[in-house]
Design a protein around this ligand. Structure first.
Ligand SMILES: CC(=O)[C@@H](O)[C@H](O)COP(=O)(O)O
Ligand SMILES: NCC(=O)COP(=O)(O)O
Length: 237
């Protein structure tokens, strides 16, 4: 079974567009867990355009499944994660003004930095994952950082699948096999959807967790959140 961690960034995006507390992010996360999701993911960005640092603190008090915080480990992010102590921190090398995450780590170039930061989190009992492209060199580099897991950056798969090219999954199959051989746990995320998730899950071995937000919240506009969470759970069995 692959765990579904629902990324609730987009719920915060809607809330922030009016400045009040509608929709209520904390209640939505609790409901998502009640509907069966096995985790909640947030990605607080430095400008707090969706998830705020306070949201991370508030969610920590109520999330009873796996709590995953993603972000670029700049000093204030590191401080936040050490304060909140989620189940997992996923390190993502995104630029301050990036619209969304758009690349994996260069685990060779940033090996020393990643090693240092990962050790800090692990010393505090927080599982670590690093966002990487499905490139064997980057997976090998990840293993040298001491991280517990990698998160495979799935945008290229999603685009290929949308274009009818199922071979777009092959680099992910190879990356997952290699990561497993190197003792790394395997997560995946970015642009996964009800359309493309089942083929990904059936093709990629050792997949422990997927984090899904943008498509899942969009699909919920038509189908309802409870329904959509359960549709994903069925595809991830
Ligand atoms: C790490 C990753 O893949 C991102 O998809 C992410 O966490 C989404 O962030 P945004 O909601 O800001 O696009
Ligand atoms: N780590 C990926 C994530 O949390 C959600 O990405 P997306 O589904 O919003 O593209």
């Amino acid at each position: 079974m692959t765990k579904l961690s629902v990324n609730v960034n987009k719920i915060a995006t809607i809330r922030n567009s009016r400045g009040g507390n509608v929709p209520n992010l904390v209640k939505a996360a609790q409901d998502i867990e009640e509907f069966g999701a096995q985790g909640i993911t947030i990605h607080p960005r430095p400008d707090e355009r969706h998830i705020t640092y306070q949201d991370a603190r508030d969610l920590k008090k109520v999330v009873t499944t796996e709590f995953n915080i993603e972000g670029n480990p700049i000093p204030k992010f590191i401080e936040l994660v050490l304060e909140v102590k989620p189940t997992q921190v996923t390190l993502v090398p995104d630029g301050v003004d990036a619209i969304t995450s758009n690349e994996g780590w260069d685990t060779i170039k940033h090996k020393d930095f990643l090693k240092e930061v990962i050790q800090i989190f692990k010393n505090n009992g927080i599982r670590t994952s690093i966002f990487v492209d499905p490139d064997p060199k980057m997976v090998e580099g990840a293993a040298l950082t001491g991280t517990d897991r990698i998160e495979l950056y799935t945008e290229s798969y999603a685009i290929a699948y949308e274009n009818g090219n199922k071979e777009g999954v092959l680099p992910f199959v190879e990356a997952a096999k290699l990561a497993h051989e190197l003792g790394l746990g395997i997560n995946a995320g970015h642009d996964l959807s009800l359309n493309n998730i089942q083929f990904f899950k059936e093709s990629v071995p050792h997949l422990l967790e997927v984090s899904i937000g943008h498509a899942l919240i969009s699909e919920s506009l038509y189908l309802g959140l409870e329904n959509v969470v359960n549709m994903y759970l069925n595809k991830l069995k």
